[in-house]
Each structure stands twice: as structure tokens, then as C-alpha cells.
Design a protein around this ligand. Structure first.
Ligand code: AP5
Ligand code: ZN
Length: 217
């Protein structure tokens, strides 16, 4: 299956993607995680991406599209993938369609995680991620690690993302509304969008998404 997850910052895309990818036996491809891995390795791509991310802006398409395509071309993604955080504007959505078309492939579904804005603000304020692997995500109240400050998955140190500061979060929400939301209409025109109410326990949201995919909506 080839699935796109969309939703505002803090909607729970990364959290859900980890479970959905495991259930569906496809890789979880997060452009945010790819950028953060490049930043922690100090690559030129990471250096370029960091200034945009810290300001809450999108990293330019000229960098992002090639990075996402390279990842989708890796061997583990041949049978499908779950995209988290890509595409994030109309240019990226069109590039993804063109990329899939050259391979005779298409998307199966676009899952739109719907969460009220006051909830995403609470989720982001309490989020802590792992220094060793930014796809290991916790929350100080809603999704506590067994030991405070320590990643359950790998023992890495938990910290607050730099772009989770209040002013940057406001900017990221603005960018979501102006640049990313239009892709929902773009995919509605292709009849691919399934809206998933994303309030409630993590496992309940995962179940809603799995049910929707099984119904083939
Ligand atoms: P990215 O890393 O993609 O961030 P984002 O889209 O802003 O999304 P988040 O990671 O903030 O949230 P999420 O929806 O994954 O929520 P999570 O599961 O962590 O992008 C970061 C930056 O990179 C961008 O600003 C941009 O600069 C750049 N970038 C990335 N992709 C790009 C692209 N394609 N083009 C250009 N630039 C790009 O959950 C949030 C918190 O809530 C966690 O603490 C979690 O434990 C908790 N939680 C989750 N589910 C629940 C629940 N059901 N109940 C209670 N708490 C919950
Ligand atoms: Zn970890």
C-alpha cells in the first residue's frame, strides 16, 4: 500500500505512522525525521534544512523532493510506504504524482488526521523526542516513557524539539493552513482522502485508521 498521512503539526502523524507502518509491514518515511537525522549527522543537507526548520518554514522543494524520492526508491519501499510530512504543498504533491506515474504506481489513500488546534498546542508543548532517533516520540502527560527523560525504545535521552517553542509552533500552524491544507482538496479531487478523527487514545486512533483502510475508503 502507498499511503500519505496529513494533519497539522502535533496531530500525531509520527505516533500513528509508527503503528500503521508496523501493522501494514511498510516503511514509515518521515521527511521531518530524515531532516533531523541529517542535522544530527551534520551533513550539508542538514545544515541547509536547519535554518528553515528552526524558523517554522518549509525546507525548499529543490531539497525536499529529491530527498523523498531517493528514500522511496530504496529496496524496502518497493511494495509500498507510509509518507509522513510529505507532500506538504501543491508542488510536492504534483511531483509525487509524476514520480509514481513514471513507475506505473499510484497512491491508495490519504489519511487526514483531524485534531482541534487547542489540542495540537497541548500535544506539542508536552512532546519529548529521542536524541538517537527522532521517530521515538513521547509526551510528558499523554504518552509517558517508563523512566522520565529516557527513551523506552533505545535508552536515548529525551529532549524538546527546537521548533516546538511557542512562537515557532504558531508559525508552523500558519504554514500548515496556507501551504499544506490545499493538498487536501487536491487529493479530494482524486477521491483519495479519508478523514480520521484523531482525538482519543493513540490505540483508538490507530484502530480508526486501520478500519478505514480495510473498508477501502
Ligand atoms: P515534521 O517533523 O514533519 O513536523 P510536523 O508536521 O510539524 O509534525 P510534528 O512532528 O510536529 O507532529 P506529528 O503530527 O508527527 O505529531 P506526533 O506524533 O509527534 O516537520 C518539521 C519541519 O521539517 C517542518 O516544519 C519543515 O521545516 C520541515 N519539513 C518536514 N517535511 C517537509 C516537507 N515535506 N517539505 C518542506 N519542509 C519539510 O505527536 C505530537 C505529540 O502528541 C507527541 O508528544 C505524542 O506523544 C502526542 N500524541 C500523539 N497522539 C496522541 C493522542 N492520541 N493523544 C494524546 N497525545 C498524543
Ligand atoms: Zn529512542
Amino acid at each position: 500500500m502507498r499511503i500519505v498521512l496529513v494533519g497539522p503539526p502535533g496531530a500525531g502523524k509520527g505516533t500513528q505512522a509508527a503503528y500503521l507502518a508496523k501493522n501494514l509491514a511498510i516503511p514509515h518515511i518521515s521527511t521531518g525525521d530524515l531532516f533531523r537525522a541529517n542535522i544530527s549527522q551534520g551533513t550539508p543537507l542538514g545544515v541547509e534544512a536547519k535554518s528553515y526548520m528552526d524558523a517554522g518554514n518549509l525546507v525548499p522543494d529543490s531539497v525536499t523532493i529529491g530527498m523523498a524520492e531517493d528514500r522511496m526508491e530504496q529496496a524496502d519501499a518497493v511494495e509500498g510506504f507510509l509518507l509522513d510530512g510529505f507532500p506538504r504543498n501543491l508542488g510536492q504533491a504534483e511531483a509525487l504524482d509524476a514520480f509514481l506515474q513514471t513507475k506505473g504506481l499510484k497512491l491508495d489513500a490519504v489519511l487526514d488526521l483531524e485534531v482541534p488546534e487547542d489540542e495540537v498546542v497541548k500535544r506539542i508543548a508536552g512532546r519529548r523526542i529521542c536524541r538517537k532517533d527522532s521517530s521515538h516520540v513521547f509526551h510528558v502527560e499523554y504518552n509517558k516513557p517508563q523512566t522520565e527523560g529516557v527513551c523506552d525504545a533505545c535508552g536515548g535521552e529525551l529532549y524538546q524539539r527546537e521548533d516546538d517553542r511557542e512562537d515557532t509552533v504558531r508559525k508552523r500552524l500558519e504554514v500548515y493552513h496556507s501551504e499544506t491544507e490545499p493538498i487536501i482538496d487536491y487529493y479530494k479531487a482524486q477521491d483519495l482522502v479519508v478523514t480520521i478523527p484523531a482525538l482519543g487514545k493513540v490505540a483508538e486512533v490507530t484502530q480508526r485508521a486501520m478500519d478505514a483502510l480495510e473498508r477501502g475508503e
